[in-house]
Design a binder for this molecule. Structure first.
Ligand SMILES: O=C(O)C(=O)C[C@]1(C(=O)O)C=C[C@@H](O)C=C1
Length: 96
């Protein structure tokens, strides 16, 4: 199969992933707002382990470690986004 054919198959998948990851980040932002309101820590390691277990459970052993790394990165970015949202809320509540 030609390289261009494979790349044409990847492109719509990237678009879907972008849409889904954007939705995921929007939910992450909602969670950040709840965390500020209810004084809950940003990181929940137990929840992260649950996510890794669920997303890898039906995967083949060959791709499992790659999915794990992907989701570690997704959660890392989710937490960076939450930290930024929390900072914005705190700045609004305590203007300098
Ligand atoms: O479930 C939460 O508490 C979240 O903030 C979401 C999320 C995630 O992106 O999946 C992010 C940070 C936590 O450490 C665990 C999970």
């Amino acid at each position: 199969m030609a390289l261009t054919d494979s790349r044409e198959k990847i492109d719509p998948i990237d678009l879907q992933l972008t849409q889904l990851l954007t939705q995921r980040l929007a939910i992450s932002k909602e969670i950040a707002q709840v965390k500020v309101a209810e004084h809950i820590p940003l990181t929940n390691k137990e929840r992260e382990q649950e996510v890794y277990a669920r997303v890898t459970q039906d995967a083949t052993p060959e791709v499992q470690p790659y999915l794990r790394t992907l989701f570690e990165d997704i959660i890392l970015v989710s937490k960076q986004y939450q930290a930024h949202q929390i900072q914005l809320i705190n700045d609004q509540e305590n203007p300098k």
